[in-house]
Design a protein around this ligand. Structure first.
Ligand SMILES: [Zn+2]
Ligand SMILES: [Zn+2]
Length: 465
C-alpha cells in the first residue's frame, strides 16, 4: 500500500497523485500544468505511469489545474472510470471542451511558425473529441455517500466549499490486515463565502494531503470587501463611467452576480446595466443555478423566496460577439463582467481598450493576477499598457478588492486542519515552494502535527504510517 506524488509539487498547478493498494492503482486528480510557455511544455511529456494500467481516477473538482490532463490520460489509453461529484461532472463538460479548444488553437499557432521554418507540425495536447470521451468516462457521485470503487477501496466526497461541486476526498484502503484512511483536501474554500457551504470538517484520518495555496496569507475581511465594492459602484455612478470586472468564468463570476443580487437596493443597481459578457461564464452560471441543493443556508433561503438565481432585473447575458461589441457603445452606467480573469485574453481586453483611458471609468480587480499578465500591470498601476500592439494611457481608477478568494487563507487552513480528532500525518501539497514549507512548520508549531512537504517522485509506504 503506497502513495506516490507527481504533480502540484513544484507549484500550485498540475495536481496529480497515485495510490497503490493491492493490485490496484488509483490516480487522484490529473491537472494541467499552467504557467509560462516553457513550463507548460511539461504537459506534453509522457506520464510517469502507464495510463492503461490505472484502475480508477478520482477527481476533486473542475478547475483545470486538477482536471485538465484527464483528456490526455484518455487519449493515451486510459479507458476506466473517472469518479467525481455530480456538479463537477457538469462543469467539466464546459471546462474540458474549452481547454481542448485552447490546446487546438495553440497547436495551430505553433504550426504556422513551424511551417515557416520547415519544421514538422505538432499535435494539439488533446482535441475536443478527446475531451468528450473523457467526459463520458466521468461518473458523478453525490456528497457524503461512501462508495466502494474497487474491492477493498472506497471513497466519500465531502463539500470543500471552493467552487460548486468541489470535494475533499475521504478514501478507505484495505490490503490484507492493513487498513488506512487517507484524506485529500483538494482545494479548500474560504469560510463564509456566498452561495457555497463552508469547508467540511473531517474528524479522522491516518494521512492527509493538504493544499496550502494561501498558507502564508490572511484575506481581507468579508464585510470590508463588500463595503469596498459598494464604494466603487457609488464613485463610478457619480463620475458617469463604466465598471469593468475581469473575472474567472467558474466561481468568481457567479459569486459577483450573487453579491450584486443581494445588495441590489443598497448599491442602487437599478441605475445600471449589468453584463455577463462570457459564453463560458454564462454556461457555468446555468450549472450553478441547477444545483440549489448544494447552496449554503443564506443562498437557499434567497432562492426559495425569489425562485430564480441570480435576482438581477437588468442582467444581460451576452453570448454573441456582436452583442459584446455593442457594449462598447455604452459610455456610462455599464457594469461589465468578462474573462479572462487575468486580462491575458478574452473579451475583457476589448472592453479595457474602450475604457482604460477614460478618467471616469473604474476597473475592479477581484482575483489573483499572475506575474506577466495584463491584469498584474493594472494592479501595479502602470501608466500605460499595451493592447493588441497599441499603447493606452491608464486613466481609469484601478481597485484591487482582496477578499473574494476561492481559497482558504492561513487562518482557515489551520482551522480546517484542527478539525481532526486524532493526529494524522500531513503532507503539504499545492502551493509555492516556500509557502508549503512555512505552512508545514506552522502545522507543527500550532497543532503539533507531523507535517512535511513531499518532492516529486517521493513514495510513502502507507503501512509504515
Ligand atoms: Zn481549484
Ligand atoms: Zn487548485
Amino acid at each position: 500500500m503506497e502513495l506516490e506524488f507527481y504533480g502540484a509539487i513544484g507549484g500550485v498547478t498540475g495536481s496529480c497523485h497515485i495510490i497503490r493498494c493491492g493490485q490496484y492503482q488509483i490516480l487522484i486528480d490529473c491537472g494541467l500544468i499552467q504557467g509560462r510557455r516553457k513550463e507548460e511544455q511539461a504537459n506534453h511529456e509522457p506520464f510517469p505511469f502507464n495510463p492503461d494500467e490505472l484502475d480508477a481516477v478520482v477527481l476533486s473538482h473542475a478547475h483545470i489545474d486538477h482536471s485538465g490532463r484527464i483528456p490526455l490520460l484518455v487519449k493515451r489509453g486510459y479507458s476506466g472510470p473517472v469518479y467525481t461529484q455530480n456538479a463537477t461532472r457538469d462543469l467539466c463538460a464546459v471546462l474540458l471542451r474549452d481547454s481542448a479548444s485552447l490546446a487546438e488553437r495553440d497547436a495551430k499557432y505553433e504550426n504556422k511558425k513551424r511551417a515557416k521554418n520547415g519544421m514538422e507540425a505538432i499535435e494539439p495536447l488533446y482535441t475536443e473529441a478527446d475531451a468528450i470521451t473523457a467526459w463520458e468516462q466521468m461518473q458523478g457521485l453525490p456528497y457524503r455517500q461512501q462508495t466502494e470503487i474497487l474491492p477493498g477501496i472506497s471513497i466519500r466526497y465531502q463539500d470543500a466549499g471552493h467552487i460548486l461541486g468541489s470535494c475533499m476526498v475521504e478514501m478507505w484502503l484495505s490490503e490484507g490486515n492493513v487498513r488506512r484512511k487517507l484524506v485529500f483536501s483538494g482545494d479548500i474554500g474560504q469560510y463564509d463565502t456566498p452561495i457555497l457551504n463552508d469547508p467540511t470538517s473531517i474528524e479522522e484520518a491516518d494521512l492527509v494531503l493538504m493544499e496550502s495555496t494561501y498558507g502564508n496569507r490572511l484575506h481581507r475581511d468579508r464585510q470590508h470587501t463588500i463595503e469596498e465594492i459598494g464604494e466603487v459602484i457609488s464613485s463610478a455612478r457619480h463620475e458617469h463611467g463604466n465598471i469593468l470586472i475581469p473575472a474567472f468564468s467558474i466561481g468568481r463570476s457567479q459569486e459577483l452576480l450573487y453579491l450584486l443580487g443581494t445588495h441590489y437596493d443598497e448599491w442602487e443597481l437599478d441605475r445600471w446595466q449589468i453584463f455577463l459578457d462570457s459564453p463560458m461564464a454564462i454556461e457555468a452560471s446555468h450549472i450553478y443555478w441547477d444545483y440549489p441543493h448544494l447552496y449554503d443556508e443564506e443562498a437557499t433561503k434567497l432562492r426559495s423566496q425569489i425562485n430564480e438565481m441570480p435576482h438581477l432585473r437588468n442582467l444581460n447575458l451576452t453570448h454573441a460577439v456582436e452583442e459584446s461589441m455593442q457594449i462598447n457603445e455604452i459610455k456610462s452606467g455599464a457594469i461589465i463582467i468578462a474573462g479572462s480573469g487575468m486580462c491575458n485574453g478574452g473579451r475583457i481586453v476589448h472592453h479595457l481598450k474602450h475604457n482604460i483611458s477614460r478618467h471616469e471609468c473604474h476597473v475592479m480587480i477581484v482575483g489573483y493576477q499572475a506575474n506577466g499578465t495584463l491584469g498584474r500591470r493594472l494592479v501595479n498601476r502602470e501608466d500605460e499598457i499595451k493592447i493588441h500592439g497599441d499603447f493606452y494611457k491608464v486613466n481609469a481608477h484601478i481597485h484591487t478588492v482582496g477578499g473574494l478568494s476561492a481559497h482558504a487563507d492561513q487562518k482557515d487552513l489551520l482551522h480546517w486542519a484542527s478539525g481532526f480528532s486524532n493526529k494524522p500525518r500531513v503532507f503539504v501539497v499545492h502551493g509555492e515552494a516556500e509557502v508549503k514549507q512555512q505552512f508545514s512548520q506552522l502545522l507543527h508549531d500550532k497543532l503539533q502535527l507531523t507535517a512535511s512537504v513531499p518532492q516529486a517522485g517521493d513514495i510513502i509506504e502507507l503501512d509504515q504510517i
